[in-house]
Design a protein around this ligand. Sequence first.
Ligand code: 2IP
Ligand code: CA
Ligand code: CA
Length: 400
Amino acid sequence: MSDVIAALVHASEKAAKIARACRLEESLFGLLIEEKKEGEKNKKFVTDFKTLADVLVQEVIKHDVGKQFPGIENNIFGEESNEFMNGLGEKINVKVCETEQETAKLLSKVLDGNMEAAEVLARSAHQNIVIPDLDTGRIDIPQDRLGVWVDPIDSTFQYIKGISDSKPNNNIYSHGLQCVTILIGVYDLHSGTPIMGVLNQPFAVQDPETQRWSGQYYWGISYGTTNVCSLRPHSKNRDVSSESNSVPAPHHLKKGSATDLEEERFSAVLSTGETVCVQTLLKGACGDNIHYASGAGYKSLCVVLGFVDVYVFSEDTTFKWDCCSPHAILKSLGGGMADLKECLRRRQDGNLEDCSELVYNAPVQDAKGADRWANKGGLVAYRSHKHLDAVLNLLSGISV
Ligand code: 2IP
Ligand code: CA
Ligand code: CA
């Protein structure tokens, strides 16, 4: 089953190329945006956009992974519906066809006959990509247990804005194209637990001379007692550039072997949409070690990379597709992603030991559209249980 992670990394790299291709040409990008329909609206943004790039990326992932593992495409779920409406009001189901020419023809319908743009996109969807051997070791997981959550582009807002000159603070970009990620997470259809994840950052580094962007990707597998990750367990503020793109030997960890960080104080990354109450409590505990950044995927990446100890979000505007991939990677490093409010409820009931992790197979009862898959209770992404405990102690008084 280690072939599955290679297929997902491959698909994420192709997705990253498409995302970069769409941004490169402003006029093309202008063509690609369409306002989200009511039912699919992420209530947080008034101007939330669904892009053709988003839909196409998701379809490419389905197509490529489904071709290699027939049947799995039926269990690949994502944020986007592949239905697109063109300027003439025609409904078109975007998909990757057998040949590049057929895909270009279909895309040209979405693009109101703009064949040039359609050809550029079709070429990226059908291109051949080579990735290095991931060296995961042999891991056997029955394919019929696997479900996949895809967020083809997380931080759409930053993707559309396209700011390329933002500067990091303690390695963290508060906004800009660096906050855009492609998230592919695999979970167990029966138990709902995350199994493997790929997190691709398509705009990681910009060449100052050519202005061209290159990306980075990270992956992790956590299944039974096997934990393998493209990154080694963390030390703080280290240079990760040599560890990305998965060339170094992966680290095989036994459960519970994550390094213990010694610091009493912890650092956190938050959404600017976090409630004042939670912000105030965390500021009190973390002092200057509080950061803000766009993108649920990017904030999780900051935890994965050890730039901060935790990502805390007490609201309900992240979704299963935002979390499955980073959750699997964090788990492979000895951490996880907890359901914040469920953990706090258990504590209020006197249960201090049992913490509740996010699961990926159960919709929210009575919810509609995207909200069926919202992380209702908020989340805490962490690498060390000690930091999860610190967050839960601190927030124990908030209403749940
Ligand atoms: C969004 C995106 C937002 C995030 C929100 C996600 O996904 O990651 O940035 O809000 O929770 O659902 P914030 O940046 O405040 O954390 P998308 O861009 O895919 O809609
Ligand atoms: Ca998202
Ligand atoms: Ca998205």
